[in-house]
Design a protein around this ligand. Sequence first.
Ligand SMILES: [Zn+2]
Length: 305
Amino acid sequence: MRPIPLFSALGLCTLLLAACSDRSAAPGAAAVPAPAPASVAPPAPPPVLATAAQCRALVQRLPNLGAAQCSAAQLQDSGARSVNGLPLFTRDVRPEAPRLRVLVIGAIHGDELSSASVALHWIALAADPLVQTPQPIHWRFIPVLNPDGLLRQPPQRMNAHGVDLNRNFPTPNWERDAAIYWNQRVRKDPRRWPGPKPLSEPETRFVHEQMHDFKPDLIVSIHAPYGVLDFDGPSVPPSKLGRLYLDQVGIFPGSLGNYGGVHKGVPVVTVELPNSMRTPLDSETRQMWIDLLRWMSERLGAGGR
Ligand SMILES: [Zn+2]
């Protein structure tokens, strides 16, 4: 019997689809070696992007954000969920052969609306090929870490469990120090409750996972409304970003700056925008971005760390 040529066998497989297997093939086809499954990489599942309704919710809540800009940000469902089950969106901007990995986080505090909007504006700048970057950087944005707090009416600082996420990171002696901080320094202010234990919240666990998996060389955490720049960790801090000047205000038990910068050795730039409800002018948002890039190229480039 004449063997069936390879293309015929493949054509038959294509036609029969699921019915095609070694057992169902014609006897003559047994001489044709089946393609090794290992040689065929499974296609990556397509990313699940934010829906129009999810973007609409952000556009309605955030200052200075249009529907087109939210859609262009191409926010992806990370698979992680907030306490109330909302997706924690990310966006990666990754050039070839990146030299640095930078994690940018907005709205860890849900009532600091401008911080999420600025993160979304920075996604546009990171993805803009006309904006020169001194070195190739893999950016990962989490523009809204606390969607439950942000989308609540009215927005609230804490997550849906009433936890201040920026006090929930596992700094050493958290059990002792977070309790002293909450009971004595802020007199049980409900807006600053650090939670029942470190990493008790899905939102802080998500950041913790990102630090472990993505291994950022730098974390930029955007807040409001104190109008300053703070810095924790190794390296020389930026003296200014746009009109924000460095003013290191101290550290708190369980804060991201304390955990990332002081204890994990990952520099954390904390941007405190001057207003929670309004973003800076677009020109100022852009200048902050340019100043951040310039500082990174001077301090975090080759030989930086
Ligand atoms: Zn804040």
